[in-house]
Design a protein around this ligand. Structure first.
Ligand SMILES: [Zn+2]
Length: 141
């Protein structure tokens, strides 16, 4: 059975800015960041009430715009963590996530705890990497 690409997503594929992708590659020590598909204005993401983003294997679905997403580096780290470190390799499954949520709720769900911890720990590093990119060179010494 062949499924047409885009059936699930219904939004627009957003091209992440190159400096951010390069920084994510460094933080995750993994070229996988470039293969993640980011979809903005996703109706699917909007179905998850109150959520700004949701993830699936290989993709991040945003309720809002890609630009808003990029403006929040901690959220970027959090969502890429779900995709690169949890979905990838099969540690995270829909059933596993649902069971965790039923058992411990959203906030104390171990997948969420793990992603929050990682994002908080790596945020200064990501910010540092982004500060060194030519994009912010305009503010020079
Ligand atoms: Zn999360």
């Amino acid at each position: 059975m062949q499924r047409r690409d885009g059936r699930l997503q219904r939004g627009r594929v957003y091209r992440m800015p190159e400096p951010l992708l390069a920084a994510l590659e460094t933080v995750f020590a993994d070229a996988g960041a470039r293969t993640v598909v980011v979809v903005e204005q996703s109706r699917y993401a909007r179905l998850h009430r109150g959520m700004v983003a949701t993830t699936r294997p290989g993709r991040i679905l945003l309720a809002g715009s890609g630009a808003d997403f990029c403006a929040d580096p901690e959220l970027v780290l959090h969502e890429y963590f779900h995709v690169l470190r949890q979905w990838h390799g099969g540690r995270l499954t829909r059933t596993g996530y649902l069971l965790e949520s039923v058992r411990r709720g959203y906030w104390f769900n171990r997948y969420e705890e793990e992603a929050r911890r990682f994002a908080a720990a790596e945020l200064p590093r990501l910010r540092g990497l982004l500060d060194r990119t030519p994009l912010s060179a305009g503010s020079g010494p």
